[in-house]
Design a protein. Sequence first.
Length: 161
Amino acid sequence: MNALFHADAQRSTTRDDRALRAPARARRLLAPLLAFALCATASEPSATHAPSGEIDWQTSPLDLDLRGMNGERYTFRCPPGKPLPSRVTGSGPYTDDSSICTAAVHAGAIRAKDGGKVLIEIRPGQNTYAGSERNYLRSADYDHAWSGSFVVLDADASGAH
């Protein structure tokens, strides 16, 4: 009986230890989420939020829990890198599970080799999303309703810092 209890306790400890070890990506996303929370409570609707730091080429608004923040604008810094065509759906608006940096290249707001600041605005979901080829990237079509969207705005033209 003690051996069985010990094995169950060992399994439970292992599960608890794994739960405590957050993946590296989650830790990188935690700081911007905290910045968003502070900005969201301290700013007016439709205000441009302060830059939240550098994101990676995988990060989407859905990853950052921005769905439903319709009309809110957020500025991000994309590092130089390589766009992920498989991670962008739509042509502006984009589905909110699309890569912010890849959508920014597709929209012409940044060049992948340089990276740079990107301003997005959260929008409601759409019934369909049409893909297109822009700036040497082909975005995907999605012929079903999706619950959240975003558009890429020109960070330089908006006066964002």
